[in-house]
Write a protein that binds this ligand. Structure first.
Ligand code: UTP
Length: 460
């Protein structure tokens, strides 16, 4: 305790308000992390405001398999697809979702996976993903295991929802909990709960490596013969989980870690961008890239660093295993958090420093990482904010526009009258009917009785 008191002098005054039992509890909660690590974390929390000096001289835009390459390299593209299909059918692919985040910006009272996301049936994100997996199982005659990372904040509610909803008919679901890291005030004071204990928070999506190892999930994957994980965040209902072209290109390249990217719409868009640092590919978070680089343009007016991260990856199990043994850097994000103030004897809410591991810090360790451009309209519309960009409204609008486009591309006259496509328009296509345009076209043409009215149409 003496060492702790030296490191956190504020504890002196706090402890005076605690009885012996409370002091014991608090000490015990500190012991969850070795003392040397506390020392490092404290230093980090106090130096976070200092700008890092980055050696940016050799940074260039990285190579990427672009949308136009699908036509110009069509043989490669088709070969990739058959390799991907084969891998999937051999049961070597599973889904991996990170769903432990606190979703502060959205402000939904519960895990984000339980947000009703579809416009007509109000299916939750978890249900949509489960249907996508069932569709893959049906199409390829294979078991799709689904690993879902939760946190202390989301685990119980997630488990309960899955149980109540009969696991959304997904048969091979594995929930596992991520680890924790402490949080600090802006002045570097450790946050507490009123137990009293350290106010531990989920350790970021980069905590997935250690969590998969410590919960035995990596061993399970090995036992099931899973070699490749289709990783995605819990907030994007447009994710294409069994993308065989992407899978085939990833395998052909013998990549450890591949990523789907979208062209950034403007310099202010809040997505990380990929840079080639000369010796490694790296993702720079939008909050961390120097401003003059994020606004830099090419001669033809395009953003110089324009490949934005969608956080949809293919990751080899062997790489997950290797990364579980590595130490990733810790990032500091600023979030509004509630904590217990022992002197005021009440809860306070303030902007605090949250410590997190980021999954993309594994990238420099990866062999042959592949970047793969996708059409944002078809695959990427995350729910991050309560309003404005990347909100529930924009996500519903994007789902409907996508389905509407499929009808139009099939030559159907889907007249909207004077209506615009927005979140109030009612149309929904379950992934069990089709989850991309090509399968939609097939399914639509096979329908014996075709609906003639599109308002409130639901296809499954
Ligand atoms: P976000 O960066 O959107 O963070 O997470 P968040 O915590 O969910 O939301 P805000 O920033 O507080 O508004 C991206 C993905 O990573 C997962 C989230 O669940 C989401 O799928 N995540 C994030 C975790 O699984 N664990 C974490 O500790 C953080």
């Amino acid at each position: 305790m003496r060492e702790l008191l030296q490191l956190f002098p504020e504890l002196h005054t706090w402890i005076q308000t605690f009885d012996l039992e409370q002091t014991r509890k608090l000490r015990q909660s500190f012991e969850r992390i070795p003392f040397q690590e506390w020392r490092a974390l404290k230093v980090l929390s106090q130096t976070a405001f200092k700008k890092q000096s980055l050696s940016i001289k050799r940074w260039t835009p990285p190579a990427c398999f672009m949308l136009r390459d699908r036509q110009t390299q069509s043989t490669l593209w088709q070969q990739a697809e058959s390799r991907g299909v084969q891998h999937l059918r051999q049961g070597k692919v599973a889904a991996l979702t990170v769903a432990g985040g606190s979703g502060t910006r959205l402000g939904f009272p519960g895990p984000k996976g339980l947000v009703p996301i579809t416009p007509l049936k109000r299916k939750t994100l978890f249900q949509v993903f489960a249907e996508k997996l069932r569709a893959i199982e049906r199409l390829h005659g294979v078991r799709m295991h689904w690993f879902i990372m939760t946190s202390a904040d989301t685990h119980e509610a997630t488990y309960e929802a899955f149980q109540t909803n009969h696991w959304y008919d997904a048969k091979y679901v594995h929930l596992f909990r991520q680890g924790v890291l402490p949080a600090f005030t802006m002045e570097g004071i450790c946050l507490l709960t009123n137990e009293p204990s350290v106010n531990y928070c989920p350790d970021g999506h980069g905590g997935v490596f250690k969590a998969l190892a410590s919960t035995g999930c990596l061993n399970k994957m090995l036992a099931y013969g899973i070699e490749t994980l289709s990783y995605f965040q819990v907030d994007n209902p447009l994710v294409c989980i069994g993308d065989c072209n992407f899978l085939g290109l990833h395998l052909n390249r013998m990549s450890d870690f591949s990523t789907k990217v979208v062209a950034k719409t403007n310099a202010d868009e809040k997505v990380g961008v990929f840079v080639d640092k000369g010796d490694a590919l790296q993702l720079m978070e939008y909050s961390e890239i120097p401003e003059h680089l994020s606004v830099k343009k090419t001669e033809d007016g395009q953003l110089y660093f324009k490949l934005g991260n969608t956080a949809m990856h293919l990751i080899q199990r062997s790489f997950l295993e290797a990364m579980a043994k590595e130490k990733l850097p810790i990032h500091i994000t600023h979030k509004s958090m509630q904590y217990w103030h022992p002197l005021l004897q009440s809860h306070c809410t303030a902007s605090c420093q949250k410590l997190e591991y980021f999954i993309f810090d594994a990238l420099p360790f990866a062999k042959n990482p592949l970047l793969f451009e996708i059409d944002r309209k078809e695959e990427f519309s995350p729910v991050k904010n309560a309003q404005g960009q990347d909100s529930l409204d924009t996500c519903m609008r994007d789902q409907i526009s996508r389905w509407h486009r499929w009808f139009v591309n099939c030559g159907l006259n889907v007249d909207l009258g004077d209506k615009e496509i927005n979140s109030t328009y009612r149309l929904e296509i379950s992934p069990l009917f089709a989850d991309d345009y090509i399968s939609f076209k097939k399914m639509w043409h096979a329908l014996v009785i075709k609906p003639s009215c599109f308002e409130s149409l639901y296809l499954e």
